[in-house]
Design a protein around this ligand. Sequence first.
Ligand code: PLP
Length: 237
Amino acid sequence: MTSLLAGSLDAGTSPLEQLPIERLRARTSMKWRAYPADVLPLWVAEMDVPLAPPVADALHAAIDAGDTGYPAGAGYALAVRDYAALHWDWHGLDPGRTAIVPDVMMGIAETLRLVTSPGDPVVVCAPVYPPFYAFTKSAGRTVIEAPLGADGRLDLDALGNALAAARAKSGRAALLLSNPHNPTGAAHTRAELHAVAGPPPGTRPASSPTRSTPPWCSREPSSPPTSASTAPMTPSR
Ligand SMILES: Cc1ncc(COP(=O)(O)O)c(C=O)c1O
């Protein structure tokens, strides 16, 4: 596909303008097949841009070599380790403590199973990506909502109340945090993450990523992605 695109696209054009609507409508993915042709789907989880050339090249190389077996090795974890050190100032991420998951939500569900017990509460900052509810419930956990503020950002008071309610129910409650927040797009600042996690001075919030937070999305440089953090947590202003 890269060569097809390369032959017809202007390298100077914004990636968002490179694919004409006919090319997008020819796609077979859910975004472009779930609705009738007179509907223009605007959801962003499937991007209307060509694949990044390094990604396309890696896929072409694997397919050309028939290299489509089960994944093995630590290549992905090592790449994450290096990216995290470079962009988020996370050092010493041990690939031996990582696991490959088929997608983000399955990883979250398995993490919730590890850090909480059946029936335990999981706090989510509402409104949030609806599968946060569905996967939490299918893992046998209950949801407690901490509404966002009117500005679409974390409301630390509401979060404090929700976490207190969660802790009253169980010593193994969890907070499932989307960063950037879906659907408001707010990228949590370091100050917000520290307030949520309440770490001792000089430490960083414990976290595992759902969606990465590229530095250019953050209000501040290097806001690391934080998705699932286990209680106890004490929001403090
Ligand atoms: C906050 C958040 N988490 C998880 C996901 C889904 O990730 P996956 O499709 O890899 O399960 C999305 C998708 O848009 C999302 O916005």
